[in-house]
Design a binder for this molecule. Structure first.
Ligand code: F3S
Length: 62
């Protein structure tokens, strides 16, 4: 499961690193970005929750 954040859509709300800190962090532009190439084993649920919680639908999990 590969996480991605659309930098044009992210408004920097901060929900995803708060919900899934093992997968997302905020970058210097104030937007979220994945910190791993693949969601760590056992963190699929929180990654999914982060995607579902993003208010602008910027997160994808492939
Ligand atoms: Fe951005 Fe959505 Fe995360 S707006 S900070 S990608 S929850």
């Amino acid at each position: 499961m590969k996480p991605a954040v659309d930098q044009d859509l992210c408004i920097g709300c901060g929900v995803c690193p708060s919900v899934a800190p093992s997968v997302f962090d905020m970058n210097d532009d104030g937007k979220a970005e994945p910190i791993v190439d693949a969601v760590p084993a056992g963190d699929e649920d929180v990654a999914q929750e982060a995607m579902d919680s993003c208010p602008v639908g910027a997160i994808t999990l492939e």
